[in-house]
Design a protein around this ligand. Structure first.
Ligand SMILES: NC(=S)c1ccno1
Length: 239
């Protein structure tokens, strides 16, 4: 997978060199390119923004630099991901969907956002997804691009050493992950649930599922299925 990032703060994406195991880049699994949007400006001040049409506070990122960047990079076969609080929610399902793409081009907004015509024009040549990592506002889209990148690339075949660990994670299958424990069996008066020491894999699996269902019902009723089976009793949750 090729990953391109368009940003006015390229140093903000330096963690990509740290957070993505070098082996993923060295092996060719990932091909990462961070671009300073200002390289597509032509004035002495390297201007990337201007005041909003219609008035209002703040500045808007101009269309020309993005347009020239897209022209130079080429968008064929790419999915443009625009990180914005006004985007569709980023979910594990969307992470899986984006992990199927050959190339992602992240457009990181700043200020009041990117001129909408940039996205409208890009949509005439390729897929564009405006994506939000949560209902809150950051100073820019770079942090969201990092978060989305991490969630997506870890799903790529060969990225995780043990692909099996992906199966029982939170949000896979619509449930939050069950609690996890490791040695020692007793710590500061807190004991590991005995079922986990029983060696009864069926009972362990059932306990883990019940814990996941319980956690999901308690913490994320929005994810909970209309009817959950807890302790063998069908529990109907409030709609
Ligand atoms: N919530 C997201 S993705 C965002 C981007 C910029 N500010 O907030």
């Amino acid at each position: 997978m090729r990953l391109d990032y368009l940003t006015i703060f390229p140093d903000y994406l330096a963690p990509l060199q740290l957070s993505l195991p070098g082996k993923a880049v060295a092996s060719g699994l990932l091909d990462v390119h961070v671009h300073d949007l200002r390289q597509w400006t032509h004035d002495r001040h390297r201007t990337v923004d201007d005041t909003p049409y219609g008035g209002g506070a703040g500045m808007v990122l101009k269309p020309e630099p993005f347009g020239e960047a897209f022209d130079e990079l080429g968008l064929e076969g790419a999915t443009v991901v625009v990180t914005t609080p006004s985007g569709e929610p980023f979910t594990q399902a969307l992470a899986h969907e984006l992990a199927t793409r050959e190339r992602l081009v992240f457009a990181c907004g700043r200020y009041e956002g990117i001129d909408q015509r940039v996205l409208d024009h890009a949509r005439t040549v390729t897929e564009v997804r405006e994506v939000s990592i949560g209902d809150y506002v950051l100073n820019g889209g770079e942090v969201a691009a990092l978060a989305i990148t991490e969630a997506v690339v870890r799903l790529l075949p060969g990225f995780m050493g043990n692909a099996a660990s992906l199966v029982e994670e939170s949000h896979e299958g619509g449930l939050l992950e069950h609690p996890v424990y490791t040695k020692p069996a007793s710590w500061r008066g807190h004991d590991v649930p005995p079922v986990l020491l029983s060696g009864d894999h069926g009972a362990i699996a059932a306990w883990r599922h019940d814990q996941a269902v319980r956690r999901t019902a308690e913490r994320r009723p929005d994810l909970a299925h209309p009817s959950q089976v807890l302790d063998g009793i069908e529990v109907r949750l409030a709609q």
